[in-house]
Ligand binder design. Structure first.
Ligand SMILES: Cc1ncc(COP(=O)(O)O)c(C=O)c1O
Length: 374
């Protein structure tokens, strides 16, 4: 059997990794400024992570959601404390798309409506409703296209109000910082007015924090900078440092009932331990503060390079925009300098999504390499 080839691959085979470095089969060392697509939060193979998951596996790896699982309760408490979202309820699943799928479904149950407003240039995942609210016709199959979705220009409140005033919209879903779209964020007033409109028209506001959440921006959630309280918050990526786990935080006004949502694997023992350790390490190693400090250092260095047109993003969700397509530069950074970076829908934008443990010396390595190539 061979693989169903859907991924264009770099010719690199990582076999081990440690903190911000990845090693291939020839022991070549790569600096990871991509974090496996914003997934690695506390660093590769963090000793506490390895220890905690190994210990859990040796006693109980999995049982279904039909028994008591104190680890889920512990995760909800710890997540509430660290994020400041204590009032919300937690539902666990396995990936980002699944988190958004559950968020949208819950919004529809709660409001008894079915249309969704989403924003142009956003990405929310590849499953049924999640892909339907993603602004990329190439990945929406005819089956997915059955959903009722309207795409609105980010920042256009009049268009939002026009749509909401028809009283048929169950949810507005928004990536607070668009990741794959190229690090796009608008002013706080927009997010605040969006929330007011959602309240006025009995519509659920879903903040997709799958990429920008879990400490990546230096705040626990990116929406916190804008002083809003979304009705549902979706999470994944950095939540498990590579162990598959996703989840939604649900405002208490949305009530649970048995059977409303469900999953076989979601919230399993190993996934809970992985996420608990991520939270512990974020707290103990002060990684949100590190994200802020390294971000400032990175931006200062970037400002001194004239070929960089714009510096985008915040915390350790960053983008450097050039006035030329970055594909070749990205390839050179990998093959010649052994540095992983990311790309986006914006062909001129180099994306930087390192583990939150990164230090200034690693940023220096990157800028030295960049200077040589510009
Ligand atoms: C903002 C955002 N939402 C949702 C997803 C989908 O997550 P997953 O690939 O875990 O299904 C992604 C993945 O890149 C994302 O960046």
């Amino acid at each position: 059997m061979s693989l169903f080839e859907v991924y264009p691959l770099f010719d690199i085979t990582p076999v081990k990794a440690k903190d911000v470095f990845v090693f291939d089969e020839n022991n070549t060392k790569y600096l990871d400024l991509y974090g496996g697509h914003a997934v690695i939060s506390i660093g590769h193979s963090h000793p506490e992570y390895v220890k905690g998951i190994t210990e859990q596996l040796s006693v109980l790896g999995f049982y279904s959601n039909s028994i008591q699982n104190p680890l889920q309760v512990e995760l909800a408490e710890k997540l509430g404390n660290l994020s400041g979202c204590e009032d919300y309820k937690l539902f666990l699943c396995n990936s980002g798309a699944e988190a958004n799928e559950n968020a949208l479904k819950l919004a529809s149950f709660h409001t008894n409506k079915k249309k969704v407003l989403a924003f142009k240039n956003a990405f929310h995942g590849r499953t049924s409703a999640a892909v339907a609210v993603t602004d990329n016709p190439k990945i929406i199959s005819p089956l997915n296209a059955q959903q009722e979705v309207e795409f609105i220009e980010l920042g256009d409140l009049d268009a939002v109000e026009n749509a909401l005033s028809q009283h048929d919209v169950c949810a507005v879903i928004i990536e607070v910082i668009q990741g794959i779209g190229g690090l796009v964020e608008v002013v706080s007033g927009f997010y605040q007015d969006l929330q007011k409109l959602c309240k006025r028209y009995d519509t659920i506001l879903i903040a997709d924090e799958i990429q920008c959440g879990f400490g990546r921006t230096g705040d626990f959630f990116a929406f916190q900078k804008h002083n809003i309280t979304p009705d549902i918050i979706s999470m994944a990526k950095g939540m498990g440092n590579g162990f598959p786990i996703g989840g939604i935080l649900i405002h208490p006004k949305i009530k649970a009932s048995f059977g409303l949502l469900g999953t076989t694997f979601g919230g399993n023992h190993l996934a809970c331990v992985a996420s608990l350790i991520v939270l512990d390490v974020i707290e103990k190693e002060d990684l949100m503060q590190n994200a802020k400090e390294i971000s400032t250092y990175f931006k200062e260095k970037a400002q001194s390079i004239s070929k960089i047109k714009t510096i985008k993003g915040r915390g350790l969700m960053l983008g450097l925009e050039f006035d030329f397509p970055i594909a070749e530069l990205r390839q050179t950074l990998i093959s010649k300098h052994h540095i992983f970076t990311g790309n986006s829908k914006n062909p001129n934008l180099l994306r930087i999504l390192p583990p939150l443990t990164i230090q200034t010396e690693h940023i220096d390595l990157f800028f030295d390499a960049l200077q040589q190539e510009l």
